[in-house]
Design a protein around this ligand. Sequence first.
Ligand SMILES: C[S@@+](CC[C@H](N)C(=O)[O-])C[C@H]1O[C@@H](n2cnc3c(N)ncnc32)[C@H](O)[C@@H]1O
Length: 279
Amino acid sequence: MAAERKSPHPVRLGTVQETLLIPLYGRAVESRKAEAVLRDPVAEEMVAAIDYDFSRFDGGSSLIGAVLRTHLFDHWVRGFLADHPDATVVEIGTGLNTRHERADNGRAHWFELDLPDVIEVRRTFFADTPRRTMLAASVLDDGWTAAPLATDGPYLLAAEAVLPYLPEEDARRAFDLLGERFPGALLAFDTTGPGMVDTQDGHDALSKVEARLRWNCPDPGVLEDWRQGNRLLASHTFTTLPAEVHDGLPAEYRDMIATMAEMRLPQVEDYRLNLLRLG
Ligand SMILES: C[S@@+](CC[C@H](N)C(=O)[O-])C[C@H]1O[C@@H](n2cnc3c(N)ncnc32)[C@H](O)[C@@H]1O
């Protein structure tokens, strides 16, 4: 964290923006475990610095879900940068994610996009560098793509826990814009189906915030119909993670996943982590 931080400060975030605090807290809690999926000392520092009652998110499985999701997205980004070390990664709805800290290779360019109030908070913890640029805009705005497009591709776009909060017509607009501006790019994103959308008022973390999931997408295969040339390269649930990710998890997590797989919970089976090649 290059920028100066003030000690405990309140965050003033819009409704959907507040949801960034769930995965942030998940990574901080995870980082303190003896056997952890990932280490994130920067998330620990941010949670300590932000004046917010994070304890409301304790006790459920959502924090672990957020950690597993970000771990898979990290895996995709690392694989992409291994193949294309000078490429460009665009974090869409970056929140206070720290993927750059975890996965940067010292060569790639990174753009971190979120709504203006989020970027204002983010700038109290991080600073732009010649290879890392924050962008304050909605993914639906036209103008933000100019900066990443002025750097070299290929591009990987990571929209982690962002698009399900949009109404479907806005999700479609986002896919249209991304496909038009970044044809051939990889897009990592998640989708939720009715098992999650219809039960969210009882969800252990979402029930503690006002934001609600809007885009109900039981089959991410439909994305291939949304734009000619779109190809869904991978689609995983937490119970069908790629072997190279699953097998590297601490034993406790592998056991938990095996139990979840037996239970076939709709909210788990309907939640998918996807990798799309934009047409
Ligand atoms: C659940 S948080 C996820 C944050 C981050 N991706 C992570 O995994 O830690 C959802 C994020 O999406 C952002 N977001 C929601 N709508 C957006 C939009 N139209 N354009 C850009 N970002 C948006 C929110 O501000 C918030 O930071």
